[in-house]
Ligand binder design. Structure first.
Ligand code: MN
Length: 251
């Protein structure tokens, strides 16, 4: 029999938001104590309550490159909606398992992937930015710099590819710097929406949101200007931290 302790975990790495995994039995006991009716979840397995992570800086900390109103809406409304959508999708999937009724599994799987991707990438996005000149901007150092030079030829060549990928995302999406353990290599990828075009074996260590909600108030249709300004707030020390636990031991 599982205990609550078995399921408690605090997410690290990419998903900075605290994540609580609670076995259904415990959740049911709590709901019963509160008078709630949660019988539909019996047998459905553990349910995670995903939380919106706090920003580690003020809404206006990234100005003039990213304006305070955009940051406030982006974090408090858009990211919060992805957290809510992910929680809803996973709760619905637990109910479907409990009822052995998978009529909606296609729609729920898509909802979980879209909102889960949005939650994970936004959690990473807030962390890989810092105020310009105070941890943000400049160029990477140390091992990260050496790897970028090895895998892209130079920092300038990496920056050019990443910027071009960000500007050219079709519709809403992201540019990513990822690490692939299979060959110990950094790759630049595009993402459509929050989850499409993934090769599955590459882990994001840096991301840039190019949905219009990320820049439209200040940059309107000029995505390239936003991408250019964004380099002033990249937190390279955090990118190095994101990379370290993923690295394949060199043989
Ligand atoms: Mn966004």
């Amino acid at each position: 029999m599982s205990t609550r302790r078995d399921f408690l975990k605090v997410a690290g790495g990419l998903t900075a938001g605290a994540t609580l995994l609670v076995p259904v039995e415990t959740a049911l006991a709590a709901d019963a104590a509160a008078g709630a009716d949660a019988k539909a979840e019996v047998g459905g397995g553990a349910v995670t309550e995903h939380k919106l992570p706090e920003l580690s800086y003020a809404y206006d900390a990234l100005e003039p490159h990213i304006d305070a109103k955009t940051m406030e809406l982006h974090h408090d409304k858009h990211h919060a909606a992805y957290v809510k959508g992910l929680n809803e999708a996973e709760a619905a999937l637990a109910k479907a398992r409990a009822a052995n009724d998978f009529a909606s599994v296609q729609a729920l799987s898509k909802k979980a992937a879209f909102h889960g991707g949005g939650h994970a990438l936004h959690s990473l996005f807030w962390k890989v930015m810092a105020p310009a000149g105070k941890g943000g901007g400049g160029e990477p150092a140390g091992d990260l710099a050496a790897r970028i030079t090895r895998d892209f030829g130079s920092f300038a060549a990496f920056k050019a590819q990443f910027s071009a990928a960000a500007v050219a995302v079709e519709g809403s999406g992201w540019a990513l710097l990822t690490y692939r353990a299979e060959d110990d290599r950094l790759l630049v990828l595009q993402v459509e929406n929050h989850q499409k075009l993934s090769p599955w074996d590459a882990s994001p260590v840096l991301c840039l949101d190019v949905w219009e909600h990320a820049y439209y108030l200040n940059y309107q249709n000029k995505r390239a200007d936003y991408v250019g300004a964004w380099w002033n707030v990249v937190n390279w020390a955090q990118v190095q931290k994101n990379l370290e636990p993923l690295l394949k031991p060199r043989s």
